[in-house]
Design a protein around this ligand. Structure first.
Ligand SMILES: Nc1nc2c(ncn2[C@@H]2O[C@H](COP(=O)(O)OP(=O)(O)OP(=O)(O)O)[C@@H](O)[C@H]2O)c(=O)[nH]1
Ligand SMILES: [Mg+2]
Length: 689
């Protein structure tokens, strides 16, 4: 890849990140193995320290880092130049891009030693290798064909799940994966294909065109699917070269500057709200003016061509900062949290074990009995938190389901003003003509569906916000319960060892028990990642749980019911009114009225039918959370009890070689500590580089 397209520093930065990931992944893996080995040996000595939770979490995190990629999703309306942009990045006319054929399937671009295309199916068929020529011919569709499919509400290749294009590109080799998607359009089924992938990606590259600044459709996607979701979006304003072409005198620099300024104002007005992070304006780091075609042409002639003036260098700089600074840092920081925590657990367990080794069995029993009240307190904290989660669950489930009911019933009052913007470009006399009635009805049905989708999407955003608020509240509670819990466990250690526990200088984040860190969203072991940076814990498990439940289950049923509405009576009603004789304006009004009449019939039904599924979906979100939290707390309590019990059993059954055991435990602690230091240094290195 040309040094100009992906500047050397970007590749170097990615390389550094890849090394850091691999170093940290190795260290975590060594920690996990060390702990596992120590537990096996411990069984023969003074007993296990009960570190299985750490072993499990750390192993998962190590694997996630090893397989980790940064996934970028290229999204945008049809014919914005998405595929051309990717070709320019590659430096080869690889992906189908043209005036005519459209990208028809989701295409994942990832590293491979050789150029290769593989088609993956969702009907159980084996993946199929094909050559690039066949790929271009077979999996693109003509706009006319696309239109026809659209009308029939069909996907072009329903049996295909996606294509994988492998390519030997340094950018990809360093762990970046880029996904080309079919253009968004009027068919919701196709949009789901592209938009359904949003949550699996770390950032979205939303491609627009300078010659069509912020169309209604684009504003709609942004509003419905991107807004308020805390996603990281880069806006690529492509075909910036066309600004010049559109001038009467393309050589008039003053006129060009003026036209460009005007255009910039339009984009800024529309995109500014998507470029805010915690109240900061990051517009300049998120919006880029590009000419993909110029970049591609130059690179086809000379792979190392300078790309000045195409906007590529500026964009690559920004994406580099995002991936190698923000993303990578938060990823490694999380690994560091886990490593520190494992060390902390080992250290604490050893601090308890060492003084107890000296005691005889009777004294040991006495001390274990003496901490029973503290263990009761831990169980108490666990059930208090559980009760709180359940209370929040009940009230939120009701609140969200009620809000849906109220929202749907209220559509009756807003329909007339809302639907105006959706009305198809109707030729109002067409429906009088029998032959054209069908086309009229199809257009009306499409407009209506779009309206329904938008309305439900708008509701789901408010529902997500309600849920978000609830989880933020729960994570604050988790922090408080966590703090009380640590006080009690410190007390246990004091009573057992007869020594006061040093309150470390570590931050509260490090001090809180691991279940609380999970409940606060500080650690996520989810494989999928939310493309968010706005949230404190990127890739929070509950965020994933929530997105899936609310977005998918919550409104799917409602969409199905609304889609069942037969709008046939609308044109009949209009006919009966003899609307042919009316002015276009009042014909529109009559149309809206007649459509509303059909809609209103269904509103109580949808409100009624969907209440329970939504209520259940919300409950499930909290139940998933409650279950994970409860299992983690109760596991921790159990592990703490077993840690003591193991020692008692060993002591009762045999003589323990105290000196050897002491040495073994200290070595364990040092070994873990060494690996944690290696993780720390990888993290520091990443921060300072
Ligand atoms: N002038 C100009 N034309 C461009 C630019 N980028 C792409 N095009 C042209 O725009 C048309 C569409 O490009 P594609 O890359 O196929 O667009 P797409 O967004 O992938 O299209 P779909 O996959 O159908 O959604 C092609 O004719 C390109 O040559 C650009 O920067 N400037
Ligand atoms: Mg395309």
């Amino acid at each position: 890849m040309s040094a100009k397209v992906a500047p050397k520093s970007f590749i170097n930065d990615l390389d550094r990140v890849a090394q850091a990931r691999s170093q940290v992944s190795n260290s975590l893996s060594v920690i996990a193995q060390t702990l596992e080995q120590a537990e096996l040996e411990g069984e023969k000595q003074s007993g296990k320290l009960e570190l299985h939770r750490d072993i499990e979490d750390i192993t998962k995190a190590s694997q996630a880092l090893r397989n980790g990629v940064f996934r970028l999703l290229v999204l945008g309306d049809m014919k914005r130049g998405k595929s051309t942009f990717l070709n320019a990045l590659i430096g080869e006319n690889l992906l189908p891009s043209d005036v005519n054929p459209c990208t028809a399937i989701l295409t994942i671009l990832r590293y491979g030693l050789e150029k290769k295309v593989t088609i993956h199916f969702n009907n159980g068929n084996n993946p199929e290798h094909i050559d690039f020529k066949t790929f271009k011919q077979r999996y693109t569709i003509d706009p006319s064909e696309a239109k026809e499919l659209e009308q029939q509400k069909k996907l072009a290749f329903p049996e295909v799940s996606h294509a994988v294009v492998e390519y030997p590109l340094p950018l990809l080799e360093k762990g970046v994966e880029i996904i080309d998607s079919p253009g968004l359009n009027d068919t919701e089924a196709r949009n789901e294909l592209s938009l359904g992938y949003v949550n699996n990606c770390h950032a979205i590259l939303f491609v627009m065109r300078a010659s069509q600044p912020c169309t209604l459709g684009e504003r709609r996607y942004l509003e419905n699917y991107i807004k308020s979701r805390g996603l990281t979006v880069f806006f690529l304003i492509n075909a910036w070269d066309q600004v010049k072409e559109s001038l009467i005198d393309p050589d008039d620099t003053e006129e060009l500057a003026e036209a460009e300024e005007k255009l910039r104002r339009v984009f800024r007005a529309n995109l500014a709200e998507y470029c805010q992070i915690d109240g900061y304006d990051v517009y300049d780091e998120r919006v880029f003016e590009l000419s993909s075609i110029q970049a591609l042409r130059r690179r086809l002639k000379n792979p190392d061509a300078a790309l000045d003036g195409t906007g590529f260098a500026e964009f690559m700089g920004a994406i580099s900062t995002f991936l190698t600074k923000e993303r990578a840092v938060s990823e490694i920081r999380q690994a560091r949290t886990l490593a520190r925590q494992a060390y902390h657990h080992v250290h604490e367990a050893i601090e308890r074990r060492v003084p107890l080794l000296e005691q005889d069995v009777e004294e040991l029993k006495r001390r274990i009995n003496s901490v029973e009240p503290e263990f009761a307190k831990l169980t108490d904290i666990s059930s208090q938190f559980q009760t709180e989660i359940r209370t929040v669950k009940q009230s939120k489930a009701r609140e969200v389901a009620d809000s849906f009911r109220a929202y749907v019933l209220n559509l009756e009052h807003t329909f007339e003003s809302d639907f105006l913007r959706y009305q198809p470009e109707l030729k109002f006399m067409d429906f009088l003509d029998r032959g054209k009635r069908e086309a009229f009805e199809t257009a009306l049905k499409q407009a209506f569906e779009k309206y329904i989708h938008d309305k439900l999407a708008a509701w789901s955003i408010t529902a997500e916000q309600q849920m978000n608020a609830a989880f933020v509240q729960l994570s604050q509670s988790a922090a408080q319960y966590g703090a009380s819990y640590t006080k009690v466990t410190d007390k246990i250690t004091e009573k057992l060892t007869g020594q006061k526990v040093q309150i470390g200088s570590a931050s509260t984040e490090d001090n809180s028990p691991s279940w609380a860190k999970w409940a606060m969203g500080l650690i996520s072991l989810a494989s999928g990642n939310v493309a968010g940076v706005a949230l404190a814990g990127v890739g929070m498990d509950w965020k994933n749980i929530m997105l899936n439940l609310v977005a998918v289950i919550g409104i799917g049923g409602a969409i199905a019911t609304f889609s069942g509405i037969i709008l046939g009576p609308v044109s009949l009603a209009l006919l009966a009114l003899g609307i042919g004789a009316l002015q276009a304006d009042s014909a529109r009004q009559q149309l809206v009225k007649a459509t509303k009449k059909e809609l209103v019939k269904y509103l109580p039904q949808v409100a009624q039918e969907q209440w329970q599924p939504i209520y259940n979906a919300v409950q499930e979100c909290f139940e998933a959370y409650e279950q994970e939290v409860t299992v983690r707390i109760n596991d921790d309590i159990k592990a703490r009890k077993s840690e003591l019990e193991n020692l008692r059993v060993q002591k009762a059954s045999r003589e323990i070689d105290r000196v050897a055991e002491l040495a073994r435990l200290r070595t364990l602690e040092t070994n873990v500590s060494d690996e944690v230091k290696s993780v720390e240094s990888a993290y520091q290195h990443l921060l300072t580089a």
